[in-house]
Design a protein around this ligand. Structure first.
Ligand SMILES: [Zn+2]
Length: 189
């Protein structure tokens, strides 16, 4: 893997891990409190609500009549409040949509010039997606460690077969060990 790609991968995995820690904290807290992150301009608003183990994305477009709490603002704001049962009200608000199922929901309403969209999905799924890169990084790190340990012990890096008698090629799996570069650090891949 090329060095810039490696740095990008490490940064993405680190950012993902940080978000995962925050998400798990919010997920755990979301049964006692509701967390809302919101941003609004004259034209649209985005709300992210985490409540009862679910993540809700609420989008408003072309809003001429935003509520007072959605006064025009460009910066993200957040608040913590007592948990509500807003999910139960979704079938009334989005009467054209299928009711929430297993923590999933998609609803869209259109009025004159306003479109509201509500997407709901379970926090466990969100946490799982955020865990993919850090877990991948951990597995690659362990593989790199194992291969480097095998190489320094005179074993095949791929399968662990003893290569002292046949250092050019592994008779077990056919892997050809790279020529030794004592000064190079082990590669991630
Ligand atoms: Zn081998």
């Amino acid at each position: 893997m090329k060095r810039p790609l490696k740095i990008l991968f490490h940064s993405a995995a680190a950012g993902s891990l940080l978000l995962l820690v925050v998400a798990i904290g919010l997920w755990g807290g979301s049964y006692a409190s509701e967390y809302e992150f919101r941003r609004a301009t004259n034209k649209n608003a985005q709300n992210i609500v985490i409540a009862r183990g679910q993540l809700a994305l609420h989008l408003l477009d072309e809003t001429a009549n935003l509520e007072a709490s959605h006064a025009p603002r460009t910066a993200w704001r957040w608040e913590k409040r007592p948990v509500t049962n807003f999910v139960q009200t979704l079938p009334n608000v989005y009467s054209q949509s299928r009711p929430p199922f297993a923590g999933f929901f998609f609803g869209r309403n259109r009025w004159d010039r306003t479109t509201t969209t509500m997407i709901l999905f379970p926090m466990p799924l969100f946490a799982l997606l955020l865990a993919l890169l850090p877990v991948g990084e951990l597995l690659l790190y362990r593989r790199r460690r194992l291969r480097s340990r095998r190489r320094s012990g005179g074993l095949c890096a791929v399968c662990g077969y003893d290569l002292r008698a046949t250092p050019q090629k592994c008779p077990e799996c056919g892997a050809t060990p790279p020529p030794a570069h004592p000064n190079s650090s082990p590669s991630l891949f």
